[in-house]
Design a protein around this ligand. Structure first.
Ligand SMILES: *Cc1c(COP(=O)(O)O)cnc(C)c1O
Length: 443
């Protein structure tokens, strides 16, 4: 990628002053940083005048494109009214309206919303609330967690306890509390003749074996419903969620649905849990809920959980807080996002887009001899690359950028999770360029 000398000096300023996330900084000796000047719709424009289709929604957060005027105008109006106020002892219009609308989206099953600023904090909050619930109910021994093999629930120290991705976790092992991971219902594990639902039943049997022995010390099971994102878009049958819900009821263990990635329509329904017809005890949202505009995360929970904390005794309350809890600008962005879902009937129109996405990738990479397990759930599509050369993911990333496409494989899994605003032509273009980048990075 050619860059002008003015930009070369800008990049070296960034590399010396900014410590970039999820990055071995030394890799940037070879791989150039991309200086983004502006975004518009599905496109990012860099300082050299090149453009990139944002095929992963800027780390899964963007739903309706960059510089979306409907979300932007809502934030601007809020900016002139109230930018922030502490939420302890105070309240405001956007946080009340957002909490009510989210409760309605759960059929009022999850009628209480607790706020934070990023996904990992939402995980921490749900884990703390679950343990504190059992303590308030006289069962302080219920303080362990179960998660799935390959789970990802964030990277703060508490969230790492339920995150099973070695590269994020190993260096911090002495800090992280032990927890149990049980078999993932990963549909790719199907033996010949087995369906995805069969794999789900097998995995649920493993969960039951664990709970039947450890229910007394287990507070909660935490899952990413239908798609385990960070471990490589692992997809599974909704049957697992139905069985897990029933087991959590039988063994008196909370079910935490981490919908930080799969919520807000990604999976094809607004909440992924809807496809299993179940309700969790805690539901976590972040990423797309603000349209990809501002950091916001939310823990939704039930009357039952809320009631366990409601008392004259301060210490029985949930005393957790973050400075920006319930930030009005972020809540306003989320309300504008929910408005778009309603006004544009997004869940319905996405059905067509998802079908087009599946057909387009089927045509460009479906028959490729190295492609395995081409899979899709709503607006998430992924495939694995067999016999990929060493360094495949960084090579593919660079080859895609050469073709004006932002895709960032996880290991040997290539995936797209685009904004919901692509038209048919852009979807076909995305699939075609992805096929070309695949060819180039294998050659
Ligand atoms: C991204 C993600 C998180 C963590 O969110 P952050 O905002 O990055 O802390 C947690 N759970 C899932 C399923 C995620 O995809």
């Amino acid at each position: 990628m050619p860059s002008s000398s003015a930009n070369a000096s800008f990049l070296s300023r960034s590399l010396s002053a900014v410590w970039h996330p999820c990055t071995q900084m030394k890799h940037h000796e070879q791989l150039p940083l991309i200086p983004i000047a502006r975004g518009e719709g599905a496109w990012l424009h860099d300082m050299d005048g090149r453009r990139y289709l944002d095929g992963i929604s800027s780390w899964w957060v963007n739903l309706f494109g960059h510089a979306n005027p409907r979300i932007g105008n809502a934030i601007k109006a809020q900016l002139d009214t109230l930018e922030h106020v502490m939420l302890a002892g105070f309240t405001h219009e956007p946080v009340v309206e957002l909490s009510e609308r989210l409760a309605a989206l759960t059929g009022h099953h999850l009628g209480h919303a607790f706020y934070a600023s990023d996904g990992a904090s939402a995980t921490e909050i749900a884990l703390k609330m679950s343990v504190h619930y059992w303590r308030n109910h006289g069962q302080p021994g219920k303080n362990r967690f179960v998660s799935l093999d390959g789970s990802y629930h964030g990277e703060t120290v508490g969230a790492l306890a339920v995150t099973d991705v070695a590269i994020f976790r190993d260096a911090y092992a002495p800090l992280v509390r032990g927890s149990t991971s049980v078999a993932s219902p990963d549909a790719r594990l199907a033996a010949p003749g087995e369906s995805a639902a069969d794999v789900a039943r097998r995995a649920a049997a493993a969960l039951e074996a664990h709970l039947s022995a450890h229910a007394e010390e287990t507070a909660a099971l935490i899952v990413e419903p239908l798609v385990q994102g960070a471990s490589g878009m692992v997809m599974y049958d909704p049957e697992y969620l139905r069985l897990a819900r029933a087991l959590c009821d039988r063994y008196r263990v909370h079910l935490v649905a981490d919908e930080i990635a799969v919520g807000c329509g990604r999976s094809g329904s607004f909440f992924a849990c809807e496809q299993a017809g179940i309700q969790p005890d805690f539901l976590l949202l972040s990423k797309g809920i603000s349209g990809g505009y501002l950091p916001l995360s939310i823990v939704l929970t039930t009357d039952e959980v809320f009631a366990a904390f409601y008392d004259d005794d301060t210490a029985r309350g949930f005393l957790h807080s973050h400075s920006y809890t319930g930030n009005p600008l972020a809540c306003r962005a989320a309300l504008a996002t929910l408005d778009i879902f309603e006004q544009d009937d997004v869940i319905t129109t996405n059905r067509h887009k998802a079908a087009r996405l599946g057909a387009a990738f089927g045509a460009t990479v479906g028959g490729h001899p190295s492609v395995r397990h081409l899979r899709q759930r709503g607006m998430i599509l992924a495939f694995d690359v067999a016999d990929a050369p060493a360094g495949f993911s960084r090579r593919f990333f660079a080859e895609a950028l050469e073709r004006e496409l932002l895709l960032r494989p996880i290991g040997n899994t290539v995936y797209t999770m685009p904004p919901y605003i692509l038209d048919d032509g852009e979807i076909d273009w995305l699939a075609a360029r992805c096929g070309e980048a695949l060819e180039a990075s294998l050659g």
